[in-house]
Structures are given as structure tokens and as C-alpha cells.
Write a protein that binds this ligand. Structure first.
Ligand SMILES: Cc1cc2nc3c(=O)[nH]c(=O)nc-3n(C[C@H](O)[C@H](O)[C@H](O)COP(=O)(O)O)c2cc1C
Length: 271
């Protein structure tokens, strides 16, 4: 059966179309409307584990390039200089993609005019400002940070070490398949926690999380221009393997997208 005749795909596309009926039903039946508590904007973490400090946003140094230059220079880069990225660079890239600028306990979701929602404001836009993502990074080569798997704790702008074992690099590399992720100095792995958006928007969250992640990925591309880093978006990887590595269930939290990051090479080649 061809894709345009596949009834499951057509059914799914119809279910998430932005018709007035779907919009009404989705928000009318949402858990927010039912009075259920709002989920947290950040996944819990074990606070007995020592977090890795990152340079604060005020101290981060970024090259003085124009926005025009950043936009015109942006390219997907798949070969990187054999040089570590600095803590400054990493701090900037994390902040520019998911850093928290402010938290509002009684924030407004503009489209539905609700003003009783806890929202965070970040350098990227997000439907309802509900930011349904967690950022994991696999570090292969970053100055002053041990190799391994970490989670970005946006509320503290610090890194939570998750797995610093010998074999983590090999497992991540395997999950990247033959893709560029295996050559990155730092691999960004974003997971979606769809209920953060679904609590308010109901089933339409499944559309919104994909809208949102594009904004995050593009900010990474542009922010990288300011610290001489190159980026390549990655939509091809073994999601089961990654879910297992990150110890997530693939349903309430699943890997939604990745990006490879490294220092820009002198010559860009497509390896
Ligand atoms: C959703 C998405 C998924 C992508 N997945 C991959 C990928 O898995 N591997 C890869 O090498 N490039 C990937 N890319 C990068 C594209 O190949 C790239 O954007 C395209 O070739 C245009 O080149 P440019 O980004 O330099 O303009 C992806 C880009 C997007 C937006």
C-alpha cells in the first residue's frame, strides 16, 4: 500500500488537524480543564549527586558577529576540528537552546487565555511556553569536563552526571548508527515529555512537540556561529537503544531529536 493510501497514517493526520472541532475537543478535554495538577517544567533529579558548574550566562563570551552573518553562515557540518569545545561554548549552546530566563507561577497561555499556568521563558519559543523537553548531552571532548553522559539541569544551569562509565561512548556511537553523531565532540540528545504540553493542549501536544523541537534545533545552529562551532541536525538514529541508554520509557519521555556539535573545521567536507 502506498503512503497516501495508508489508512493509519491518514487517520493520524486527520486526528491532529487543526480543525475548530479538534481544537475545541482537545483543550476542552484536557487535564488542565479537569483540574488535574500541572506537571513540573523539569524532570526530578537526585540532588545528592554533585552537579558540574557551567559559566553563568552573564560571563559567557560570544564572538561579535552580526545576526545577518550568523544566519547567512549557518550550514550543517559533519566533520569537526580535532580540538575540544570549551566550557564557555557548551554553556552558551545549552543556554541558547533550553536555558531558563524566568519562571512564572501564574503565567499566561495566550491562545486559550489561561493565566493560572506555571510557565518558563527561554531563548526559544514554545507552544504555551510549556517547553516539553529535557536535554541530555554526551561529551566526547570538552575542556575541563569528564567524558560521559549528562543531563542539563536548566533551572540551575548545571550538568547532572548520568553515566561516566567506560562503555558509554561505544553504546552511544552504536545508537547513532552510521550517522554524524558518532563524530561529534558533544552530542545533544533532546527528549520530549509530551504531557507537559498535553496537560493543557490534550492530544494536539503530539503536533506541538514537533513544532517546538525545530525551534530548539535552529537556535543551536545559530548560537554555534557565535562560538566557532559547527552543528548537524540528526533525525536518524536507533531510538530504542537511546531510550534504554537514557533510562526512559519511550512513551512518557522519548528521544525526539539530536544534534552533533564540534569545533568548525578549516575545510568543510561531507565525510
Ligand atoms: C529534521 C532534520 C533531520 C536531519 N537529519 C540528518 C541526519 O540524520 N544526518 C545528517 O547528516 N543530516 C541531517 N540533517 C541535515 C540536513 O541534511 C541538512 O539540513 C540539509 O542537507 C541542508 O543543508 P544545510 O543544513 O547545510 O543547509 C537533518 C536536518 C533536519 C532539519
Amino acid at each position: 500500500m502506498s503512503l497516501d493510501q495508508d489508512s493509519k497514517l491518514l487517520e493520524f493526520i486527520q486526528a491532529i488537524r487543526l480543525t475548530p472541532e479538534n481544537l475545541r475537543n482537545s483543550t476542552r478535554n484536557s487535564d488542565h480543564r479537569k483540574g488535574l495538577p500541572q506537571p513540573s517544567y523539569e524532570k526530578k533529579f537526585d540532588d545528592s549527586i554533585k552537579l558540574v558548574d557551567l559559566p553563568s550566562v552573564n560571563s559567557i563570551k560570544v564572538n561579535e558577529i552580526s545576526l545577518k552573518e550568523a544566519i547567512l553562515n549557518r550550514r550543517s557540518i559533519r566533520n569537526f576540528k580535532d580540538k575540544p569545545i570549551s566550557k564557555n561554548d557548551l554553556s552558551w549552546l545549552l543556554y541558547a537552546t533550553q536555558g531558563i530566563q524566568s519562571i512564572h507561577e501564574k503565567g499566561t497561555i495566550w491562545v486559550t487565555r489561561n493565566n493560572d499556568c506555571r510557565v518558563t521563558l527561554r531563548p526559544v519559543a514554545s507552544g504555551g511556553s510549556l517547553h516539553p523537553f529535557e536535554t541530555y548531552i554526551h561529551i566526547r571532548n570538552c575542556e575541563d569536563i569528564e567524558k560521559g553522559l549528562y543531563r542539563y539541569i536548566a533551572s540551575k544551569h548545571k550538568l547532572l552526571p548520568l553515566d561516566l562509565s567506560e562503555d558509554i561512548e561505544e553504546r552511544i556511537t552504536k545508537a547513532c548508527l552510521a550517522n554524524v553523531g558518532r563524530r561529534s565532540q558533544v552530542l545533544f540528545i533532546w527528549t520530549a515529555v509530551p504531557y507537559r504540553t498535553g496537560w493543557h493542549y490534550g492530544e494536539l501536544a503530539y503536533k506541538a512537540v514537533y513544532w517546538d523541537i525545530g525551534h530548539v534545533s535552529q537556535n543551536l545552529y545559530l548560537a554555534a556561529e557565535g562560538v566557532d562551532c559547527g552543528v548537524c541536525a540528526i533525525g536518524y538514529y536507533d531510538e530504542d537503544m537511546l531510550d534504554e541508554i537514557l533510562d526512559i520509557d519511550g512513551k512518557t519521555e522519548f528521544v525526539i531529536f539530536m544534534s552533533a556539535v564540534g569545533k568548525k573545521p578549516d575545510k568543510i567536507i561531507d565525510p
